[in-house]
Each structure stands twice: as structure tokens, then as C-alpha cells.
Design a protein around this ligand. Structure first.
Ligand SMILES: Nc1ncnc2c1ncn2[C@@H]1O[C@H](COP(=O)(O)OP(=O)(O)O)[C@@H](O)[C@H]1O
Ligand SMILES: [Mg+2]
Length: 156
């Protein structure tokens, strides 16, 4: 069986301070090792979380403080991540997701491109309350043993 838990949920809530970006990255990276991700995949998850949380910290509440919430869950053997804020929201998510699109000339506008390349699925929507932004991302371990739970076959 490999001992991986089939269900687990972690919720983090923190203020939009840059110091918390690394906290979220480390917490989610540690949570994700319960699924059979490779080290490279864990790094990709860490980077995707960093980009989504950085956006909430940097863009959601210009000049103001506010809450950022990160939820990580195992769903059917895959990792589901949600990064939520109650901030100004994204008027045109499709445009914001395009490479090099940024509202801040100091930035490169590649955060969503990184999330897209590191995760299997990325959705950008208004937050559940109708305010702010929810970025939902999913990733499934690619290792064969992730899909073959309970079947004793080793590699040929
Ligand atoms: N949580 C958010 N709240 C409000 N606006 C956001 C949020 N996340 C992203 N954005 C908008 O989407 C744009 C693109 O994001 P991204 O691809 O990460 O590029 P960058 O952060 O370098 O500008 C940002 O410039 C910003 O205008
Ligand atoms: Mg960004």
C-alpha cells in the first residue's frame, strides 16, 4: 500500500506579509511529501505555491493589509491547492494569465505561466465570497507506484 494517506487537508491563514511566502511554501512542500511525488515535483509544487501566494501578498491588497488563505487537500490521489484572498480581484483573469502580462512594471508577469507549467491544472476565479481571487491548482504524482496502490508488481 505504500502507507500514503488517501485523505488529508491542511489550512493556513496569514497576513499579506512577504515573510509568510516562505512559510506557505515550506508548509505545503512538507504536506505534499505524503503523496508519492518525486523531489522534482515537490520543488515544482513549492514554486507554484510561492507564485500564487506572492501574487496574493503583492497584488491583492494594494497599500493595505489583508488575509491570505492556503488550503491543501488530497483528492483521489492528487494534490489540490487553493490560494484565496479577499482583495481587489482580477477583472480579466484570462488576460492576467497571459505570459508577460503584469500591472506592475517592476515585475515580469510570468507567475501564472510558472504555475501553468508546474501544475497539471490551474484555475483563476473570484473568491468564494464573490470578492478577491481564488487560484485553484491540482497536481497528480507521475510515479507509477502512485497509481498502482496495492498491486505488488515491481518494475520489470
Ligand atoms: N491575487 C491577486 N489579486 C489581484 N491581482 C492579481 C492577483 N494575482 C495576480 N494578479 C494580477 O495578475 C497579473 C499577472 O500575475 P503574474 O503572472 O503573477 O505576474 P506578476 O506578478 O509578475 O505581475 C498581476 O500583475 C496582477 O495584476
Ligand atoms: Mg506574480
Amino acid at each position: 500500500m505504500g502507507g500514503e494517506p488517501r485523505e488529508n487537508i491542511l489550512r493556513l491563514e496569514f497576513l499579506n506579509l512577504p515573510a509568510n511566502i516562505g512559510v506557505a511554501r515550506n508548509a505545503i512542500g512538507t504536506f505534499a511529501v505524503q503523496l508519492p511525488f518525486t523531489l522534482n515535483e515537490i520543488d515544482e509544487i513549492r514554486l507554484a505555491v510561492s507564485e500564487a501566494v506572492t501574487n496574493a501578498v503583492v497584488h491583492a491588497y494594494p497599500g493595505d493589509s489583508g488575509w491570505v488563505r492556503v488550503t491543501a487537500a488530497f483528492a483521489d490521489g492528487a494534490l489540490e491547492l487553493m490560494v484565496d484572498d479577499d482583495g481587489r480581484g482580477i477583472a480579466d483573469p484570462a488576460a492576467a494569465r497571459a505570459a508577460t502580462c503584469t500591472t506592475d512594471p517592476e515585475r515580469m508577469g510570468l507567475g501564472f505561466s510558472f504555475m501553468d507549467s508546474f501544475m497539471d491544472q490551474v484555475e483563476v476565479r473570484p473568491g468564494p465570497s464573490g470578492r478577491g481571487t481564488r487560484v485553484r491548482m491540482c497536481k497528480r504524482p507521475t510515479r507509477k507506484d502512485a497509481e498502482q496502490v496495492g498491486d505488488g508488481d515491481g518494475p520489470a
